[in-house]
Design a protein around this ligand. Sequence first.
Ligand code: PLP
Length: 393
Amino acid sequence: MKYQVDEKGYYGEFGGAWIPEMMFTNVDELKRRYLEIIESEAFKKEFDQLLKDYVGRPSPLYYASRLSEHYGSKIYLKREDLNHTGSHKLNNTIGQILLAQQLGKTRIIAETGAGQHGVATATVCALKGIKCIVYMGALDVSRQAPNVKKMKMLGAEVIPVHSGNKTLKDATNEAMRDWINNPEDTHYIIGSVVGPHPYPDMVARFQSVISAEMKKQLLEQTGSEFPTRILACVGGGSNAAGAFYHFLDDEQVELIGVEAAGKGVDTDETAATLTVGTPGVLHSSRTVLMQNEDGQITEPYSISAGLDYPGIGPLHAHLFKTGRAKFLAATDEEVLQAVLLLTQKEGIIPALESAHALAALDKIKMNPDDVNVINLSGSGNKDMETYLDYFGY
Ligand SMILES: *Cc1c(COP(=O)(O)O)cnc(C)c1O
């Protein structure tokens, strides 16, 4: 239980709910009711049913034999890329839309950077016939046109935000303002294990289906539910939180999170929060973030839009601080090589984000009998343009 959130919403010194007074009602309602709702039999039944019939779970645990041969150690891939919409993100948005319904909410808001969380939110709103508003920085709206069109086709309203840098942080501020103004009928769906308590815990619980399935599948395939190590990429940290969750107290299992080094952790173009960041408050949570000496957030950079975030969830800040998990960083260049390796060894084109976890295999020492599980968080379909440009096919 050492790594679970405490009653005040903290993981050690990280977390909490650093919210403006005016958001108290919204967050307090969630905090009071989320556990009772998501632990009820009726909720679990509908959540499990949708994960099975709509998302397509359980996702396979695949023994990658040619990749294993290449590295001289056993490598398994948890195939979140095979979920409906191509990543782990739907596990969370399904959970939150069901919670919103239980809370009697009739309107959903979300913020999105690259648009992937926006699409996952618009998807579940279509599924449930609930009104959906997605805030997105105006710069991101122009950079991510295909996802904007997808959200609109799914029936969502996309509102471009013109303040600040016109990116994710500005979209987040606008979503919070909306929520403050509409506390009665609106639920705010946050897309990772970030934000004020109870979001980090709630999202980790929804994503924990990943490690629950892994335990069963490992037992069937290897005779033990405990692997040697688990590797997952970390943006906000939700796929990693889900992959680690049921192993947190099994200290013999090594947990490795991989952040985006971008052009390198010693350059200004990076998103490796735990390497270059310092403690502070971001997105209403005390965590580690990238900031300058005046406490201004520094703009992160990564080739992968999903890891391009200046903070990290408070659970991971705690796992880092306590040493329970190790955190590495992979550069754009290393990641692209890892994409090609998996593609040509296994016939699986991974998302740029997920390939950060794959790239870390070159950075660790593995023994022949080790069981290494990579959480393959998403499919490379969305990144094909980048791949074709870079590799020149
Ligand atoms: C959004 C995304 C991520 C990063 O988010 P986390 O909350 O850190 O998991 C990673 N992989 C894929 C495929 C994504 O779409």
